[in-house]
Design a protein around this ligand. Structure first.
Ligand SMILES: [Zn+2]
Length: 108
């Protein structure tokens, strides 16, 4: 097998992978676009909680909630005489809320 053919094969494989990822993203977008506004909010922000009151517009029953886990990176300097810059990433669980009335998204 010549080196030229090998590089050609690598190029084709990388191209197929990129194409596959793009098709999957397009499918996701098409799926979300086909939903009704209410289903779309439920898909993106979790089910609607009829007991929650939006702190921004005071509307009750239109707040979606779902638990999320996100990476939070904190940087700082530790040490005594010799200071060392540190960076640590921790996974933080919180609940994301979204109001369907005023379109505000916030975390608790
Ligand atoms: Zn609101």
């Amino acid at each position: 097998m010549s080196a030229g053919f090998f590089f050609f094969l690598c190029f084709v494989v990388v191209g197929l992978i990129i194409w596959g990822v793009k098709v999957r993203q397009d499918d996701e977008v098409a799926k979300i676009n086909a939903m009704s506004p209410d289903d779309r909010l439920t898909y993106l922000f979790g089910p609607r909680n009829e007991h929650l009151v939006c702190p921004h517009c005071q509307t009750k029953g239109l707040v979606h909630a779902k638990s999320i886990v996100e990476a939070v990176t904190s940087t700082g300097t530790v040490g005594g005489i010799l200071k060392t810059n540190t960076e640590s990433t921790t996974m933080v669980a919180s609940i994301q809320h979204h109001c369907a009335k005023c379109s505000t998204t916030w975390k608790v």
